[in-house]
Design a protein around this ligand. Structure first.
Ligand code: 5AD
Ligand code: SF4
Length: 473
């Protein structure tokens, strides 16, 4: 079979990144190779996100660009997958008549079959059938690209929480956890192929296994921590209502578990949290933040905030700003509320004007920026243990600072801060290549969203790995 080219545009969260990886792997069986060039593609897949209105607009503006391409090359196959596909189904074919395929969040394993049918029968296909069963076939990851240090591993899908603003339960279905045995096997295979870090994915990882009576999430983490050759474990996302004492203690007990938690608060007002159906109060949230910091003092805490939720008064918004000042997050993702189909808040009264939402968003971002920059500044001259993920792309930032070095690397600290650095070790070529290794980096400069430093390529000692002794260069 002759090689054909596949272009995937992934819009949205890590779930979609993971799904796109699965799509690419599945289509290899039909001889499709990935290309970064849209014009070269024989098959274009748009993996879509419906979480906010803005993401959905991005999908349709990209699809608009494809109409001209299809006109020039009628053989080109264009497919739309992911959450917008699940939500809109056949309506997308009406809106974009040049599309060949719409496939939902549960149809990834059926994609190669659908493409074959389109090729042979010249038909159009809509496959948005949902299932509450996890299909292990979806997770077969036989291949790791050379040099891949960090990989996502889905441990559960769907969500049962029904936050009133959220579309996820409608487009990703009911919460279902994978069998721990399959997760562990998958990670073993990844590690054998050179992966050193895994990020466990789920909409609410803290409730992993509860419904099915599998092991708990902290227990799963403990088992993954025992996997030889794996250096680091991350996870996302955590719902504050399900953050247990056991999970908090895991940050102290499991030395591979990175010191970072993404814990979306959404609002600092109890009235709004109730309307959002979040099932915790700001007091409970702050108590959990204290416990996390008492147990693991250097833990980085990041969060999500929605501004302009229906009925959010100036007082409610002020409470959100106060909460941000109290917690001093390491990083924050803030969003303007948008109505989502099916989500019940779309029917709530008290919608906030567009301009007001814009102003509130800016206030949150400006406030948080001070904390992010200040936190990063405190790391200047410190030694950070960094897992090296590849070559740095931030060459121009460094050029501006007039630091000229040949090879620049990039990686992250345990607390999830991006570090770009150079390796000053020029004694032998073997230690110069630090890819996939944990190295100690001295932080020379700090920026608002990254750090810059230098390493001598030295492997950290086992004490460093366990965080029991800080390394002095
Ligand atoms: N409007 C704005 N932001 C939203 N999010 C989810 N749904 C909406 C919505 N309708 C945000 C939440 C969530 C993040 C992934 O996206 O903050 O944590
Ligand atoms: Fe959406 Fe709430 Fe589920 Fe998160 S926990 S995916 S915000 S419904």
């Amino acid at each position: 079979m002759e090689t054909k080219y596949l272009y995937i545009n992934t819009i949205g969260c890590q779930m979609n990144v993971y799904d796109s990886e699965q799509i690419a792997r599945g289509l290899k069986s039909l001889q499709y190779e990935m290309t970064p060039f849209l014009e070269k593609a024989d098959l274009i897949i748009v993996n879509t996100c419906a979480i906010r209105e803005k993401a959905e607009q991005k999908v349709f503006s990209f699809l608009g660009r494809l109409a001209g391409l299809k006109k020039k090359r009628p053989d080109l196959i264009i497919g739309v997958g992911g959450c917008v596909a699940q939500q809109e189904g056949a309506k997308i074919l009406e809106r974009a008549p040049y599309l060949d395929l719409v496939f939902g969040t549960n149809a990834i394993d059926r994609l190669p079959g659908a493409i074959q049918a389109i090729l042979s029968k010249k038909c159009r296909i809509v496959d948005i059938e949902m299932s509450d069963q996890i299909k292990e076939l979806d997770f077969v990851t036989n291949e790791v690209d050379k040099g891949e240090v960090s990989r996502f591993v889905t441990i559960m899908q769907g969500c049962d929480n029904y936050c009133t603003y959220c579309v996820v339960p409608y487009v990703r279905g009911r919460e279902t956890s994978r069998d721990p045995k399959n997760i562990i096997n998958e990670i073993h295979r990844l590690v054998e192929s050179g992966v050193r870090e895994v990020t466990l994915l789920g909409q609410n990882v803290n409730s992993y296994g509860m419904k099915e009576g599998l092991c708990t999430f902290p227990e799963l983490l403990r088992r993954i921590n025992d996997i030889d050759g794996l250096l680091r474990i991350r996870f996302t996302t955590s719902h504050p209502k399900d953050l247990s004492e056991n999970l908090i203690h895991a940050f102290k007990d499991l030395y591979k578990l990175c010191h970072h938690i993404h814990l979306p608060i959404q609002s600092g007002s109890n009235r709004i949290l109730k309307r959002m159906n979040r099932k915790y109060t700001r007091e409970i949230y702050l108590e959990k933040v204290d416990k996390l910091r008492n147990t693991c003092p250097d833990i980085a805490i990041t969060s999500d905030i929605i501004v302009g939720f229906p009925g959010e008064t100036k007082t409610d918004f002020q409470e959100t700003l106060d909460l941000i000042k109290t917690v001093k997050f390491d990083g924050l993702f803030a969003f303007k509320y948008s109505d989502r189909p099916n989500a019940s808040a779309a029917r709530f009264v008290g919608k906030i004007l567009k301009n007001e939402k814009k102003q509130r968003l800016q206030q949150v971002l400006d406030l948080q920026d001070q904390f992010t920059t200040r936190k990063n500044k405190t790391l200047k001259d410190s030694i950070q243990l960094v897992l090296v993920e590849g070559f740095s792309k931030k060459q121009n930032q460094i050029n501006k600072q007039n630091i000229s070095q040949d090879v620049q690397w990039t990686g992250r600290t345990s607390t999830n801060k991006i570090v770009n650095f150079y390796n000053s070790d020029d004694t032998d070529s073997c230690t110069k290549n630090v890819m996939g290794r944990l190295v100690n980096v001295r932080i020379l400069q700090t920026f608002s969203h990254s750090l810059w430093g230098e390493t001598n390529g030295k492997e950290p000692t086992s004490f460093d790995l366990r965080g029991e002794k800080s390394y002095v260069a």
